[in-house]
Design a protein around this ligand. Structure first.
Ligand code: PMP
Length: 426
């Protein structure tokens, strides 16, 4: 008898996450000799800062299992980082360290018995994680800037529906849009959350990459109900190291204990050498400050320039406040695209790949309607180590872009040229 196999319905048909799959697909095309601009996977272009690499080297021989919630010293460093940089008071014991914030957010969905509220658009993994955890997702329609941010009115309406516990995912600065909720917007949303007793998972993984360096946590405005997610992947360039954090308020301690219990029965603990190295990343230090300053300066310039180019070419593009992403909308070119047989964002991605070599992700991967024609671009196809060195003692201008951010710059120019051609602009 052949082995009997049945895949659980929660998993059956679940594809590999489109952002991670994009790495394979653009690699295949490049191997086939095509010039491909990799604007799919949102990975930091910058190297891990040297003091953090040195700390990992020094910890290579660490071999013990550590506590499921993380090393006490690291939890204290994370709590202190949140206090210094984001203005929030989280006790060291209420920090949970895990192998990536993605895993921790999944555990959170598993542990929280209630409804998941998800603004549209949102990061790709929240919905599949909800499905795996068996949770009901309520999609909240976007309002505000370009119709891409959650409004307090929409949230209020969703909370009025039934009397159940709710977990709202907020992400600022956002993947995919690059937009951030500013202080007054956070205060207004916090007021609604407090009124309805909503628990908020505030995904602040791009917080330290706000271009102006002024990230303010949602927990500043709703401390008693906010779980702050962060980690090393974005601001520290260490996505492949797999270290993420959650900071919970003391009011949610039963949730923290549940997370630690599930961690202890699944992955046990986060890699010991990585935890040791992470202490060096979260401690204050002049070298890290300089690294972050330069990284923000480069990203702000690259994204600001690209935003201007695409907006001038006639696309509907929100101006990003931080992170790696642009979210251009091709709706202004809808009729011209239709004449070329392009009616949705998947066909649009194919057209871009065929005509410009640019690999982008469709907005529908982030919950937008396919016909709305949004795309997500990760502007990270460049050698960040070289760009950081060049930026340190130089001015940032178009010559810098052409020399040090070459592939990404070519990709944006090619997209802008295509948009102009489609729109009949000179
Ligand atoms: N949240 C958002 C919005 C992200 O873009 C990512 C990474 N793409 C993550 C969370 C996960 O980060 P990690 O698991 O590497 O901490």
């Amino acid at each position: 008898m052949t082995p009997r196999l049945r895949i659980d319905p929660r998993v059956d048909g679940l594809p590999v996450s489109p952002t991670l799959a994009s790495r394979g697909r653009s690699g295949e095309l490049a191997a086939a000799g095509r010039r491909v601009y990799r604007l799919g996977l949102g990975q930091s272009p910058f190297p891990v800062p040297e003091p953090v690499v040195a700390a990992l080297r020094a910890a290579a021989a660490e071999k013990d299992y550590l506590p499921p919630g993380g090393l006490a010293e690291l939890r204290a460093a994370v709590a202190d980082h949140h206090r210094r940089r984001h203005g929030i008071a989280i006790a060291a014991e209420d920090v949970v360290v895990g192998p990536g914030s993605k895993e921790l957010m999944f555990l959170l969905q598993l542990c929280f018995d209630g409804e998941i509220l998800l603004p549209t658009p949102s990061w790709v993994s929240y919905v599949p994680q909800a499905r795996l955890a068996g949770r009901k997702v309520v999609a909240l329609e976007g309002g505000g800037h370009h119709g891409l941010q959650l409004s307090p009115e929409t949230l209020d309406r969703a909370c009025a529906a039934a009397d159940v516990p709710r977990l709202l995912f907020l992400n600022s600065p956002s993947n995919p849009t690059g937009l951030a909720y500013e202080r007054d917007e956070q205060i207004a949303l916090a007021e609604v959350c407090r009124r309805h007793g909503v628990v908020v998972l505030s995904d602040e993984i791009y917080g330290d990459l706000r271009f102006d360096g002024r990230h303010e946590s949602f927990a500043c405005h709703y401390p008693e109900g906010t779980v702050v997610a962060s980690g090393l992947s974005k601001w520290c360039g260490a996505g492949g190291w797999r270290l993420g954090t959650l900071g919970l308020p003391a009011t949610l301690r039963p949730l923290r204990r549940a997370l630690e219990a599930v961690a202890s029965e699944t992955y046990s603990t986060t890699s010991a050498p990585i935890q040791r190295a992470a202490i060096a990343a979260f401690r204050p230090g002049a070298e890290l400050e300089l690294y972050l300053h330069d990284a923000r300066r480069v990203l702000s310039f690259v994204l600001g320039w690209a935003h201007g180019e695409l907006a001038r070419a006639g696309l509907d593009v929100p101006e990003p406040a931080g992170g790696f992403y642009l979210f251009p909308g091709f709706a202004p070119l809808r009729e011209r695209l239709a004449r070329r047989g392009v009616h949705d964002d998947v066909a649009l991605c194919e057209l871009l790949l065929a005509t410009t070599g640019v690999f982008a992700l469709p907005g529908s991967a982030f919950g937008m309607a396919r016909e709305a024609l949004w795309l997500r671009l990760a502007l990270v196809d460049f050698d960040g180590a070289r760009a950081l060195v060049a930026a340190r003692d130089g001015t940032l201008d178009v010559a810098f872009l052409r020399r040090h951010v070459t592939a990404t710059t070519e990709a944006i120019l090619a997209l802008a040229a295509l948009a102009r051609e489609l729109g009949g602009r000179p």
